[in-house]
Ligand binder design. Structure first.
Ligand code: NDP
Length: 298
């Protein structure tokens, strides 16, 4: 069997186009312009690339978008006071602090100060609690898991009763992914570095979500025939075949072997990555609609 490739790039493009139309409608009907503020501290090149693409996507979606670029030695106090200012800015509906932050800043202190209704990353404990309590309609849901779920449902439809294994238990991806799959009535297993016989655990799953941060770790012979494989990993590895010093991006799944066993699989790049940015836009639109007293869109 050769798996059908799930084209996250195309699906994310469709979603962004829909968001742009809905933002335009919101602006015309209520005068509320969805506003997204992104804060970046320091000059980490990967973070700068992510932040730039978030700003571009926000502009394409007809949002008001601002970027705050702070020096690497910015004090925790100064960062907290910027977050506080944005919390009180009525033109801003979504606040995103690009991670990682420099070591001298307490990440959780900063993230916990963001107003839950403006927390478009969905990392605030209030949002974590709402998601876990099954109150998704009131929560802000983390973008990567929310995007991964859309891809899964796009190819499988109703997920009720399916077995799902999430490999990885981070607060950003693994745990919220498991909560979302549980809310879809999947039977969910969360695997991690202490899991015994991981290949056997993965082999039992109709849905495999790999969020490990280890290049090509999940092998094709771990995959149940016909399973849906969502590869969240983004790893840069040497690619000498492309020339000296060249690199390429790979996921946490060994694509070439997994594609022979799975029914559906996301590529890296072009799978989950573009969905993460599209979901950030969706969350910002949701936050803006909620301030206008409107229901969430489907
Ligand atoms: P973390 O490093 O926070 O978590 C990794 C998880 O993998 C941990 O729970 C860890 O277990 C588990 N793990 C590590 N080694 C093994 C192993 N050998 N066997 C089983 N489990 C293992 O990573 P993130 O969740 O933040 O990110 C995961 C991946 O997703 C990364 O590649 C990252 O780049 C990517 N990513 C992609 C995004 C996108 O937009 N596509 C967005 C965010 C992340 P333990 O808890 O026991 O240590």
């Amino acid at each position: 069997m050769t798996a059908t490739r799930i084209d996250g790039k195309a699906i994310a493009g469709e979603l962004r186009a829909k968001i742009a139309v809905e933002a335009e409608k919101l602006i015309n009907e209520t005068k509320v312009v969805p506003g997204l503020a992104v804060i970046i501290v320091g000059e980490d090149p990967a973070s700068q690339v992510y932040v730039a693409s978030k700003g571009r996507a926000a502009n394409e979606c007809n949002f008001h978008s601002v970027q705050h670029t702070l020096a690497v030695d910015t004090s925790e106090e100064a960062l907290l006071s910027l977050v506080d200012e944005l919390n009180n800015d009525i033109a801003i509906h979504g606040i995103l602090v690009q991670l990682p932050l420099p070591d001298h800043i307490d990440e959780s202190k900063v993230l916990n100060l963001i107003r839950p209704d403006k927390d478009v990353d969905g990392f605030h404990p209030i949002n974590v609690g709402l998601l876990t309590a099954g109150e998704r309609d009131k929560a802000m849901v983390p973008c990567t898991p929310a995007g991964s779920l859309i891809l899964t449902k796009r190819v499988l439809g109703d997920l009720s009763g399916k077995t799902a294994v999430v490999v990885g238990r981070s607060n950003i991806v693994g745990k919220p992914m498991a909560a979302l799959l549980l809310a879809e009535s999947c039977t969910v297993t969360i695997a991690h570095s202490r899991t015994k016989d991981l290949p056997a655990v993965v082999r039992g799953a109709d849905i495999v979500v790999a969020a490990v941060g280890r290049p090509q770790m999940v092998k094709g012979d771990w995959i149940k025939e016909g399973a849906c494989v969502i590869d969240v990993g983004i790893n840069r590895i040497p690619a000498p075949e492309r020339g000296e010093g060249k690199t390429r991006l790979v996921g946490d799944v060994d694509y070439d072997s997994a594609v022979e066993r799975a029914g559906f699989i996301t590529p890296v790049p072009g799978g989950v990555g573009p969905m993460t940015i599209a979901l950030l836009m969706a969350n910002t639109l949701t936050a803006a609609r909620r301030t206008a007293g409107l229901d969430d869109l489907d």
